[in-house]
Design a protein around this ligand. Sequence first.
Ligand code: N01
Length: 504
Amino acid sequence: SLQVTDNDVDQTGVRYIDTLIIGSGFAGLGAAIRLSQEGKSDFLVLERGSVVGGTWRDNTYPGAACDVPSHLYSYSFALNPDWSRSFSKQGEIQNYISGVARKYNVLDKHIFDCHVQSAHWNNETNTWAVQTNKGKFEAKILVSAVGALCEPSLPDIKGISEFEGEIFHSAQWNHDADLTGKRVAVIGTGASSIQIVPNIADKVEHLDVYQRTAPWLLPRADREYTSVEKLAFKYVPGFQRLSRAGIYWMRETQVIGLAKAPIMMKPLELVARAKLRVEVSDPELRAKVTPDFQIGCKRMLISNDYYPALSRDNVDLVTDGIKEVRKDAIVTNDGTVREVDAIVVATGFHVTDSPTFGTIFGKDGRSLADVFEVGGQQGYKGSAIAGFPNLFFLVGPNTGLGHTSMVFMIESQINYLADAIATIEKQGLATVEVRKDKQDDYNRDLQEKLSKSVWMNGGCASWYLDKHGNNTTLWPGFTFEFRRMLASFDADAYDTTVTVDTDS
Ligand code: N01
């Protein structure tokens, strides 16, 4: 339901609101809860889906589960003693997010099925004009919380639109399509694919897995919690926080190898190689799935059932590139025609080239896409972008991680956002816009740190890099450094204007 009174709607039907948040995944929902806890009521969340949850609502493919342990992959203010296993599955995470939204009573601040079509900064009124399928909004502060992995990327393969069987992206799984007894192809071997493949391999008649680059796989220490552990999580004071802290610090040590001294990744590579030897007995298959880049350069994947699934008689790993798709088949570069009834496209997301960037227009009329086209996806502390006043990001540029919980990063960004809003109110500011020189300094330092990382030197291409070859997605430091950096809003890095008091 909409919580805006008639007084806030002008004759042209524009609804006025102080803060408008786009998206209600972990980030947007967390921000809404924080604003509400700080006693604010003049905010709304626009969500394109019909429920909260974001990526965890959308990714319902068979086997979808998180690769960050459950107790860390939760809000710090809403720990959940009831996690059933060490690595939660999609359904349980989605239930958790919906439960938190209900518990903190912010659902009536949401407008669901609301698609943001454009957002334009208005230099006259110092507000954002936001056009949606559910009408126009005008907001003083706009918060983009759409996430990095929300726009499915479809491969540009000749003839793919002519395929007559079932075809869908991993993030848009068609549950009406029964794959039982069918000949199925999965394109891609990233985090989504390696969960899908073992979960459909025994149902389908035949499965072709199209691999372009072999990923590194590590063991998945997943198990159900015992009833004793669950009781401890629930009733032993501090037990859950302690276990969370343990996981946090263990994961944090990976930063040293990933970002600072890639040589330190060697022990993990040895584990991955041992796993390959144990789980893939066929030397030909093992050669095909042995990666040719340094571990960590692409997202490290964790699975205990992917290699066994590839080793099944009814599964083929296809490494010849795809030449074209026909109405009932996929043809590889060597000319082999492989007939299929269904294709699962597990080819990832538009991250550095998200179509959402083309819908937000800053103070000189250029869109974020235009700005990023020239200078790459650069921001300030992952939260603001020069030329876009009063616009804040959650999960903005260089806030992603290759090793631990995004929820931790999101909460750090929410701290910054909340303090920014408080500062704007306290100081009576009309606009805050990060200074270009501050943003440039910040990015110079960031790229310098990233230049030592495995993501830049590990010999792979990945979605972490933009088309200029810069890593504009990952945070290269410890996450506690990020938390500290965003602990308070640094207004001195921003150009500000004050609100003119019309009564005086
Ligand atoms: O996507 P990806 P994803 N022809 O981009 C291949 C998170 N996540 O959905 O490596 C043929 O990683 C591409 O090949 P290559 C996590 O952050 C988390 O799997 O580019 N193949 C690659 O193999 C993850 O990193 C979890 O050579 C093509 C695959 O498709 C992110 O989401 C679970 C192709 C895409 O892999 C994205 O993961 C799932 C083409 N034209 C996702 N284009 C967990 O927490 C692309 N590929 C467990």
